[in-house]
Structure formats: structure tokens, C-alpha cells
Design a protein around this ligand. Structure first.
Ligand SMILES: [Zn+2]
Length: 336
């Protein structure tokens, strides 16, 4: 199964852009060289002439081998001469060679009809971008996470012993997430973020995503309902796509809002497959959910529950809906 057409098209236009950029850079370099070093430019023109001459003779079926060999010899000498010239004026030996991002396929994306590694990388990146378009990936950072919205007041524990405030608990979660993002590596622990709406789960998981992407890892951030819907379309409506592969390949997968998907046999098995397959190849996953432990246990299969409890680090978010608090703040500010 290949990527869908949209992905191929955006990869192609990316590659077209790379070629255009390099042709422009090459033209600029050549012009600069010709303007500043007319003697060198003359050698360069001679090289081009000899190359064209040999090509013409070969195409026209000229079999004067000794003449062809002579011109080829002259061409080699001129190339050597140009090399010495460049060295003398302090330019690198390959200064007048065309510019390419990929010297294997010369930015064409293919070598002898086989897709080059560079194009495969571009396709994967485009696919990541297309999936990540579904989320507000650039909106959250660790710096914009404010602990002032979490209650600092010590409440009497019914058992009378431990007295950790909501702010302390959330501060620990914040530090854990920040440290996790900083030290993220392939095989980092899996995280299950649990708690009611508006307590910062999405904010912190997006902040992790941003930092991990900045550190060069492939991250996919998707909401569970949207990904189930996409997988279902690809499976049953034959629209083409590699979403399942991408979800399994990326270094970090963040599944937002488990429990809000429309529950079917397909959705249950798709979610289980993603979670289980990533565990089997030691790929890290972060899941966030508004569900409680009890509702997960009652609504999902035993095998999924056992993967979550056994292989995920549980972070229990607490507090009062931050979004509501911010809204109240805004109302107060405008009414003052
Ligand atoms: Zn290439």
C-alpha cells in the first residue's frame, strides 16, 4: 500500500522546490565566478566546448577513435587546469559543480527507476505533517504552562497522613513531562495521562511533542476519534494511505482523547493493534484520556487494559478546569 495522492503531490512539489533552489544557487555561483575570474571562466567555457564536441561526434556515429580520444584528453587536462585555478584563487575544487541536496539521485527522487532514500524521507515527513495538521501542534510549550491555576492549599487527608497539594502534584507531573521531553529517546517509557477535561493533559502532551520534534524525532500527534475514522476509511473505502504504517513507525505517537471515539468493534481492535504493535517494537506512546481507571476497565477489552496498566506510566492530573478559570479571568478583566 502506498501513500495517498496528496502526500505524493506535496513531496513532488517539495522536490521541485529543492531543484529550483539549487539551480538558482548554481546560476548565481557561476555568474559570480565569471564576473570575478574571466580567465577561469574561459577555461570553463573550453571544458564545455570539448564535452559538447565529444557528445556530437558520438551521436553522429563518428568512429574516429583517435580524434575522440584526443578531445577527451584535452577535456581532462582542462578540468585539471580549472582545478588548479580554483585552488590558486582560494575556491573549493568542486565550486563549479552543480548543487544538489542529494548527490545519489541528483534531486530527481529516483535512481534507475528506483525510489531514492531522500524521496522516501520526504514522503514520510509529508505524511507526518499531513497527520499532524489535525492538531494545534504549535500552540503549547512548557513555558506557557502555568501552575498558578492549581490549588496550593493543603487539604486535610481523610486518612490524616499525606498532604500533597494539587499544585505540588501537578508540579511533579510538569517536571516529569519536561524531563521526559528533554531526554526522549527511542524506547522511552509510555505515558498514560488521566484526568478530567481542562487539566492540562493536551497542553503538556503538545509541549512534549514540540520539544521531541525539535530534537529531531518523528512525532505523530492525533486524536483517537480522527485516527480511527482515517483508518476505517483506508480499510473499507479503499482511499489509499499508509496511516497504519506511519502510526507504527514514528518514534513517538501521541494519542489524544482516548474514550471519545465512536466505539465499534473496528475502533477497539484498531486502538489495541496500534498500542500492542508499538509495545512489541519498543516504540513510545503517550495516551491521554478523560476516563477514570474504572471506566477504562469497564469499557475496554481486558487485553488492552492489561497493556495499559502493565506497560504505561500513569500520570493522574488533578485540579479545577483551567480553561474555565482562564475564561472567568478574562470576563473579570473586561468588566474591570
Ligand atoms: Zn536522492
Amino acid at each position: 500500500m502506498g501513500y495517498n495522492r496528496e502526500i505524493y503531490e506535496s513531496a513532488k512539489s517539495f522536490l521541485d522546490g529543492v531543484r529550483a533552489k539549487n539551480i538558482k544557487a548554481y546560476g548565481k555561483k557561476k555568474k559570480w565566478f565569471r564576473d570575478n575570474y574571466p580567465d577561469g571562466a574561459e577555461i570553463e567555457r573550453e571544458i564545455a566546448k570539448t564535452a559538447v564536441l565529444v557528445a556530437r561526434m558520438l551521436v553522429s556515429g563518428n568512429s574516429d577513435i583517435s580524434k575522440i580520444t584526443k578531445i577527451k584528453e584535452k577535456n581532462r587536462e582542462l578540468i585539471k587546469k580549472l582545478g588548479i585555478f580554483l585552488k590558486e584563487v582560494g575556491l573549493p575544487e568542486d565550486y563549479l559543480r552543480p548543487c544538489y541536496d542529494c548527490r545519489v539521485c541528483l534531486d530527481t527522487g529516483y535512481v534507475d527507476g528506483v525510489m531514492c532514500r531522500c524521496l522516501k524521507r520526504i514522503l514520510q515527513k509529508e505524511a507526518y505533517n499531513s497527520l499532524n495538521k489535525l492538531s494545534p501542534l504549535s500552540l503549547s510549550s512548557f513555558d506557557s504552562f502555568d501552575l498558578k491555576y492549581y490549588d496550593p492549599i493543603v487539604k486535610a487527608d481523610p486518612k490524616g497522613s499525606k498532604t500533597t497539594t494539587q499544585r505540588e502534584k501537578m508540579s511533579n507531573i510538569y517536571s516529569f513531562c519536561k524531563n521526559y521531553a528533554k531526554k526522549f529517546n527511542v524506547g522511552s517509557t509510555n505515558i498514560l495521562m488521566m484526568g478530567e477535561t481542562g487539566l492540562g493533559k493536551t497542553h503538556l502532551s503538545l509541549a512534549i511533542a514540540n520539544e521531541v520534534i525539535r530534537n529531531g524525532f518523528g512525532v505523530i500527534y492525533v486524536s483517537v476519534p480522527s485516527i480511527v475514522c482515517k483508518l476505517e476509511k483506508e480499510r473499507y473505502r479503499y482511499v489509499g494511505g499508509k496511516t497504519e504504517d506511519i502510526l507504527l513507525e514514528c518514534d513517538l505517537l501521541i494519542l489524544d482523547d482516548l474514550g471519545t471515539e465512536y466505539r465499534t468493534q473496528f475502533s477497539n481492535s484498531a486502538i489495541y493493534n496500534i498500542i500492542n504493535s508499538r509495545l512489541l517494537c519498543s516504540k513510545s506512546t503517550i495516551i491521554s484520556t478523560n476516563y477514570t481507571i474504572q471506566s477504562i476497565e469497564s469499557d475496554y477489552s481486558k487485553r488492552l487494559v492489561s497493556r495499559l496498566w502493565g506497560e504505561y506510566r500513569l500520570l493522574k492530573f488533578c485540579g479545577t478546569d483551567v480553561r474555565t478559570q482562564k475564561a472567568v479571568e478574562r470576563v473579570r478583566m473586561t468588566s474591570n
